[in-house]
Design a protein around this ligand. Structure first.
Ligand code: FAD
Length: 326
């Protein structure tokens, strides 16, 4: 019941202001967000790496409103890649990006007076889709130069055709570019078949957005069943499956499906979020699994934080308690 309410609040500016100003918020946010700037996150990457864990780094942010913000997002990732290069961490840390932060959802009237001329795109381009592609391409190229890659996160269902088209375009030059699919969407089994056949790196997750019944399964056990069907498609396919879940049942089913598909331990990986089930992360790594920790940092943490609250009511309780005790 609470989940959908929190997810609706994750898109409200009024709630954003209230939550951001509440006493105690910072302390709870710190459980899920690794810091505000690159210098905060570097020691965390080093620590995770020393513990045998790999990382995917997310500079938090979404729902931007100006083209300048999309350039700032690109530059934040380029700065991050520069630091990883200096520290020799390129091979242990990949990046996760939300294309909405790169301009995908901006309404841009191309060709009109005052319309957009996107730099670095080889001439005039139109629309948020093109803007996002031209912003993300240099990030993917810089990541490839230091021996790592980028995964395109899945946002709400209205953004996915554009995300998959950008993924396909990027893979022409950078085949290691990954993308995310969400088990709760009806479309996902078809997407999984296509991506498994073309050898993509694919992260499968349950899905974190509030989606209508016309496009998404609403019943949790049914989402889990879909997740298993999709894992099977990915494990039997040509690509590289990335199992993004904290659910112990799904993790053990993934291991069994990988075994049946004849996949070695380096032919798939597990992924979990920073701050969630850390002991399980260590356990899987100690068993020889590739375990990647999705580590988010940055100042625009609101949407990411609210989705973490929506996933587990106990987080909300903890949050409310910490406000009341301040
Ligand atoms: P659940 O059934 O939700 O959780 C299983 C157990 O894990 C819970 O019982 C609890 O013990 C623990 N747990 C789960 N979530 C939390 C939490 N927030 N706080 C504390 N404990 C928790 N979603 C997208 O829509 N797009 C993406 O691009 C995306 N990328 C992701 C990347 C990674 C690496 C991961 C792990 C998740 C990502 N998600 C993404 C979120 C995902 O869709 C789910 O909302 C989230 O993973 C919770 O589902 P679960 O599979 O962990 O199972």
């Amino acid at each position: 019941m609470l989940g959908p309410v929190i997810l609706a609040a994750s898109r409200s500016d009024k709630m954003r202001r209230l939550v951001s100003a509440a006493p105690g918020t910072k302390q709870v946010v710190a459980r899920f967000i690794a810091g505000e700037i690159v210098d905060d996150v570097v020691p965390i990457v080093q620590d995770l790496s020393n513990r045998g864990l790999e990382v995917t780094l997310d500079v938090v942010g979404e729902d931007i409103t100006t083209v300048e913000q999309s350039y700032a997002a690109r530059d934040a990732y380029l700065e991050l890649i520069g630091r990883l290069k200096e520290l020799g961490l390129g091979e242990r840390a990949e990046m996760s990006v939300k294309l909405s932060m790169f301009g995908q959802s901006l309404k841009i009237e191309g060709g009109e007076p005052g319309g957009l001329s996107v730099e670095g795109g080889g001439g005039r381009r139109e629309g948020g889709h093109e803007l996002a592609l031209s912003n993300v391409r240099p990030v993917v190229a810089a990541a490839a130069e230091i021996g790592t890659t980028v995964t395109l996160d899945a946002e709400d269902h209205t953004t996915l055709d554009s995300m998959f088209a950008i993924h396909e375009e990027l893979r022409k030059d950078f085949p290691q570019t990954g993308c995310v699919i969400q088990a709760y969407l009806f479309r996902t089994e078809d997407d999984a078949r296509r991506l498994a056949a073309n050898g993509s790196r694919v992260r499968i997750v349950k899905g974190a957005y509030k989606e209508p019944a016309e496009v998404a399964i609403q019943d949790k056990p049914e989402i889990d069943k879909a997740y298993v069907r999709i894992m099977k498609i990915l494990m039997e396919g040509e690509g590289y499956p990335m199992i993004g879940s904290h659910d112990p049942r799904l993790i053990s089913i993934a291991q069994e499906l990988a075994r049946r598909a004849g996949r070695k331990l380096d032919a798939y990986e597990f992924q979990m979020l920073y701050g969630i089930r850390s002991e399980e992360q260590n356990r899987l790594a100690a068993e020889g699994h590739r375990m990647r920790v999705y580590t988010a940092y940055g100042t625009d943490w609101y949407g990411y934080f609210m989705r973490r609250l929506a996933e587990k009511p106990a987080n909300l309780l903890f949050f409310v308690r910490s406000i009341l005790t301040k």
